[in-house]
Design a protein around this ligand. Structure first.
Ligand code: NAP
Length: 320
């Protein structure tokens, strides 16, 4: 008998076809609407594998319903939406999709850094609104990127890929992790800094660490107060790592200069969110990995991880 799986969002045909070769597949087939919790609660009871996205909270009560569940495959590198400890306790494998999205997410992070520093969205809106009357010396002036200091919190796969891009802009690069990466320091000509030094000395700060109990509100009022008044903060990791209320006040009071945000504590973010009222914020709807090729690679990799787990092999990207 084929194992049964549930897929929580409409996937490209090629991925569904691959999964159907091995499994009996049921899929929530709406592209722009997440599966309602009550449907997921029902579907999980009857399946061996779950293919999910970061929009689903795979918590303990849900896992408890999956009495025959063996594998949860997340189509994302971050897996803070899954209670991994609860899954492990129940002997359920959890997998993610690292690596295939590294370069694409680093591209977006650097693009967001540049867009925020040079006020690209504000400038485009200004032109479209018909406000462009003349060229003037200090009109829409931003921050220089070339030769500036970049601080990276979380120098992992994406952090290193970002550092490579920054080298091309002759940036001085600082990073902070829980552990030093001596090889990367040498290869990329980057320096390890403690948290405080990174906050004080950087012109641009990029957050690229996972969202965990340790990193919740990692950047709050105290950290923002150490940053330069001209500093730009970019978060393409996860909402919740940066305290949004503290960030709002720091930006509003011009304690820091600007912020580029791809991820929010609550997603989709409300259009009433205070951060969206600020001109010095460039906000994006969680599109870090959103290139056509990369999303296809992620969806195929998540499928392979799920199949490996269901076929009794150790999945390529297991997190527990
Ligand atoms: P990774 O290779 O695991 O890198 C994460 C880095 O964070 C590691 O170097 C780790 O170093 C550091 N870190 C972890 N906990 C820390 C802490 N408490 N304090 C300081 N540093 C800490 O992960 P990745 O593939 O680069 O992805 C990073 C994150 O980006 C993911 O977890 C995901 O949430 C996010 N992401 C977002 C998007 C998007 O669409 N916006 C796309 C892809 C990924 P140590 O272990 O030495 O501390």
């Amino acid at each position: 008998m084929k194992p049964k799986i549930y897929i929580t969002r409409k996937l490209p045909d090629i991925v569904v076809t691959r999964l159907t070769e091995v499994c009996e597949v049921k899929m929530w087939d709406k592209e722009e609407e997440p599966v309602p919790r009550e449907i997921l609660e029902k579907e999980i009871q009857d399946v061996d594998g779950l293919y999910c996205l970061l929009t689903e909270s795979i918590d303990k009560p849900l896992l408890n319903r999956g009495t025959r569940l063996k594998v949860v495959s997340n189509m994302a590198v971050g897996y803070n939406n899954i209670d991994v400890a609860a899954a492990t306790e129940k002997g359920i494998l959890v997998t993610n999709t690292p690596g295939v999205l590294t370069e694409t997410t680093a591209d977006l992070t650097f693009a967001l850094l540049m867009a925020t520093a040079r006020r690209l969205v504000e400038a485009s809106d200004y032109l479209r609104a018909g406000d462009w009357k003349t060229w003037s010396p200090m009109q829409l002036t931003g921050q220089d990127i070339y030769g500036a200091t970049l601080g990276i919190f979380g120098l992992g796969r994406i952090g290193e890929a970002l550092a490579k891009r920054a080298r091309g802009f002759d940036m001085k690069i600082l990073y902070h992790n829980r552990s030093r990466k001596l090889e990367a320091e040498e290869q990329l000509d980057i320096q390890y800094a403690d948290k405080e030094r990174l906050l004080r000395e950087s012109d641009f700060i990029c957050v690229l660490m996972p969202f965990t109990h340790e990193t919740k509100n990692y950047i709050g009022a105290a950290e923002l107060s150490l940053m330069k008044q001209t500093a730009v903060l970019v978060n393409t990791a996860r909402g919740g790592i940066v305290d949004e209320e503290a960030l709002y006040h720091a930006l509003k009071n011009r304690e820091i200069w600007g912020a580029g945000i791809d991820v929010f504590e609550e997603e989709p973010v409300s259009t009433e969110h205070p951060l969206l009222s600020l001109p010095n914020v460039v906000a994006l709807p969680h599109i870090g990995s959103a290139s056509k090729n990369t999303r296809l690679k992620m969806s195929l990799l998540a499928a392979e991880n799920l199949l490996q787990g269901l076929q009794g092999e150790t999945p390529k990207n297991i997190v527990n």
